[in-house]
Design a binder for this molecule. Sequence first.
Ligand code: SF4
Length: 463
Amino acid sequence: MILPALTEAKSPFWRPIKYSLFPPLGLATLAAWCSPDDEVELQDEHVEELNTDDQPDLVIIQVYITNAFRAYAIADHYRKKGVYVCLGGLHVTSLPEEALPYADSIFTGPGEDTFPQFLLDFRNKTTRRIYVNMKRDIENIPPVRRDLIRREQYLVPNSIVVSRGCPHHCDFCYKDAFFQGGKSFYTQRVDEALSEISRLPGRHLYFLDDHLLGNQKFATDLFEGMKGMNRLFQGASTVEAILRGNLIEKAAEAGMRSVFIGFETLSNKNLLQSNKKQNLGKDYEAAIRRLNTLGIMINGSFVFGLDDDDTDVFSRTVDWAVGQGLTTSTFHILTPYPGTRLFQTMEAQGRILHRDWARYDTRQVVYQTNGLSAAELEAGYNRAYRDFYSWSNIAKASWQHETYRDKLKHFAYAGGWKKFEPLWNFMIKTRGLNRMLPLLESILSTEKNNRKGEHAPPFPAIA
Ligand code: SF4
C-alpha cells in the first residue's frame, strides 16, 4: 500500500514538518480487511524512500490531486512488472476516467464496502475495473491496522477518524464530490470509537474528522465516554457548532485543547459565493471568546482569492487573526478541485487556466482571478504567512490573552512551530519526531490540571 508524496512535499520551499504530521490512516484502515495471512506493507513517501523494486501480488495506491502524476508513474512501473495495481482516493473519485488507464481496478468514494469485495474478487480472479462505493456505514468495521504504521516517523501518530464527511456543502470542498450518490456524513458507533481511542498509547489524540462536532448526539456521547480517559485532543469544528448549545464545553471537559476552524473569509459575499452558509451571520468573535474561556487554542483557516477579495484582504485578515489572538493560522489560495461545484462553475465561466494537477496545491493560482491579479494573490498569500508569523505579530497575538502565563505560552509555541525549522528538520532526519510528543503532552496536562478555563498552549496543526 503506497501513499506517494504530494508534489509540494518535495519542494525545497515548503516545510518538511508539515508532511510528517499524520500517518496514512486511510490505507491502514483498508488494510484491516486483508486476511491475517496476507503480508501487507505500508509505504509513505512523505517520510521514507519508496522501495519499488519488490514484486508484490497487489499494489494499492492512494491518489490525491498533487500526487496524481507521481501515483500514475508508480502504477505504470508496477504494471510493467506484471503486478496488479489499484488506485483510489479523492482524485480518482473526482476523475475516474483519468485514473482508469493507469490501473487494473479503481475505487471511487470511501472503500469500506468496495475494498473487502475487491479482495474477495481478487482471490477468486473475478475482479472488475471499477468499484463504486454504495454502502455508507462504518459500524462494525475492523480495527485500523496501526501495526503497519511506523509511529516514530510522525509527529502525531495518534491520529484518528471516527466519522466520515461533514453535514455541510461548501462549494470549494472535496466532500460532496467524494460522497456523491449517498450519505455524506455518518459516524462510527460510540462504543467502537471509544475502543479505538483506548487502544492508542499515550495521551494525545488528533481527530482528523472534517467536523468532530457535526453530529450533536454522537459527539455528546463520545465526549461523555472520553471523560476520565485522561486524554488531550485536537479536532475540527465550525463556528456554528461552537456557538450552539454546550457541546464545546463537553469537548473541553473530555480533553479538547485545540480546534481547527474554517473561518475562510471575513466577507459575507465570499461566504455566499462559497455556499458556506453555516458561517453566514455567525459571530466569529463570540466563538473565539468562548474557546478562550475554555482554554481551547484556535487554528484558523482562511481562503484568499474569492471574488469579493481585493488587494487589502491579506492585511485585513492577518490583522483580524492577530487581534483575535489566534494561535496559528492556515492560509490557502482558492483552488477549484475537479469534481467540486467550484470547479464546475469556474469551468462554465471559462476561468480554469490549466489542468496541471501538481500545481493545484492551494499555493498557486490556477484560475482566472477577479478583483486582484494572480501575481497580487500569490504575493499577498505569501505575505499573509510572513506577517502572521512575524515575531512582532506573534508577540501581539500572544498579548491578546489575559494572563502573563498565557501570553508567554502563545509566544513560545507559535514561535516554536514556525521559527525553528532546523530543529524540526533535525528531528525528522534523526527519526525522533515522536520524542516531541511527551513534552507537548506534559505541558498540555499541566495546563489542564492547574488552570482549568484558561488557555492551553498551541499544538501545531497544519499551519
Ligand atoms: S464545513 Fe469544511 S468539511 Fe464541511 S463541506 Fe465545508 S469545507 Fe468541507
